[in-house]
Write a protein of this length. Sequence first.
Length: 124
Amino acid sequence: DKKKKDKPQWNAPSKEKVKAPVATTSFVNTTPKGEKKDLSAPMDAAYHPSAVEAAWQDWWEKCGYYSCDPKDAVDRPVDEKFVMVIPPPNVTGSLHLGHALTAAVEDTLTRWHRMKGHATLYVP
C-alpha cells in the first residue's frame, strides 16, 4: 500500500522551525559634512546602502570630483588629462540597455581618473 502525499498548499505555514527575527540597529552618520568617512568601525554582515554610502557624496563634492577647472587643466601634462569623445546615444538606432551600460562604464572611468588626480570632464 502506497501512502498518498498531501498536495502542497500555497502560503501554508512551513513545517520547518521559524527563525527568530534578528534585531537590527539603525545607522547614524557621525561624519561631519564634507569630511572623509571614518572606516575604523566594524562593518555589518549585510549590505545597508544608507550606512555604506553615507558621507561619500559630500566628500566627493568637497574634493571637486564632479567638476574640472579649465585653468588647472591647461597647465597639466597630457598623461594627467582624461578625454572621452561621446556621440549621441541614439546615433545607431533606438535606445536600449546597452546605452545605459556604456554610460555607466564611461562615468566610472571618468571618476577613477578624477580620483587619480587627472583633469577630467564628463558631460553625458
